[in-house]
Write a protein that binds this ligand. Structure first.
Ligand code: SF4
Ligand code: SF4
Length: 285
């Protein structure tokens, strides 16, 4: 079983368009949307949720006013300024350290597990999808990514799948590290802009650090041929194969609006062929 992660230096480079297209092409696989802070693969794959689970990553304190004697001790010890006069606990500021719970002389602090999000196992027209939704202002997205990747592995093993296709988080932070750790291949999707070039260097350094086989696809390569040449020169210098170029074409947006992959929307289009070639080149990489 091969794990392939699609990542990019920042959002909006066509990473999800690419992942959705590959999900439509690749057979015998499970797809995972690890972009848990801004999940959008479901918009194209239209999942039918089969299982829904809570994501519990931390605990949160609250006050039991039947027991509270308003001594103010909890407010004094909270290093995160989460407790104000009253006392009153702001659940967003509470870091779940548990000090107030331990210090309260009257056992008036409840310290309970906090549901920080949800994850789902769904059916789609392209096979199973594992996806998630992190709650507003919640952290721990790296842990949620690790959790849904673990679920995808269980599904892949149970069904004897050939691939796990991962829509990774953008950037170089904790969630993207959780998205690519242990994968067999990283596909970096980039655009021919100066920021695209800079972002490519950063994400390529990240996958290089973890010694993961890496390939690149240049999206909208024709909007700036000069920058495309610079990107390909950089890839050559870093010994990273370029597995394909995708031209700028309005059908990409039209396909998105109709909640289809480009290949479903117009299988005879040049972009559909370019995407198909990228998958073939990934298999050969
Ligand atoms: S330490 Fe306990 S009793 Fe004192 S104010 Fe806080 S919750 Fe109330
Ligand atoms: S658990 Fe820690 S962070 Fe939360 S309110 Fe208590 S002392 Fe403050």
């Amino acid at each position: 079983m091969k794990q392939i992660a699609v990542i990019s230096g920042k959002g909006g480079t066509g990473k999800t368009t690419m992942t959705a297209a590959l999900a439509g092409i690749a057979k015998n696989k499970v797809t995972v949307d690890c972009d848990v802070d801004a999940a959008d693969l479901h918009l194209i794959l239209n999942p039918k949720i089969q299982e829904e689970h809570d994501f519990v990553a931390s605990k949160v304190a609250s006050i039991n006013f039947e027991k509270c004697k308003k001594c103010g001790r909890c407010k004094e010890v909270c290093r995160f300024g989460a407790i104000s006069k009253g006392p009153k606990i702001d659940p967003v500021s509470c870091e779940g350290c548990g000090v107030c719970f331990r210090i309260c002389p009257n056992g008036a602090i409840d310290f309970k597990e906090k549901v920080s999000g949800k994850y789902f196992i769904s059916d789609t027209r392209f096979g199973p999808l594992v996806h998630a939704k992190l709650g507003i202002a919640e952290e721990n997205s790296g842990r949620l990514v690790s959790l849904i990747r673990k679920e995808s592995r269980k599904i892949a093993e149970k069904n004897n799948f050939d691939y796990i296709l991962i829509d990774g988080s953008p950037g170089i932070g904790c969630p993207v590290i959780a998205s690519i750790t242990g994968v067999d291949l990283v596909l970096i999707v980039t655009e021919p802009t100066l920021s695209g070039l800079h972002d490519l260097e950063r994400v390529a350094a990240l996958s290089g650090h973890f010694k993961i086989k890496t390939v690149v696809a240049v999206n909208k390569y024709d909007i700036n041929p000069e920058n495309t040449r610079k990107i390909e020169a950089l890839c050559s210098a870093l010994a990273i194969p370029v597995v394909g170029r995708i031209r700028y074409d309005k059908i990409v947006n039209k396909a998105m609006i109709s909640r289809k992959t480009v290949i479903e929307y117009d299988p005879k289009s040049v972009v559909a062929k370019e995407l198909g070639n990228i998958w073939q080149n990934i298999l050969a990489a």
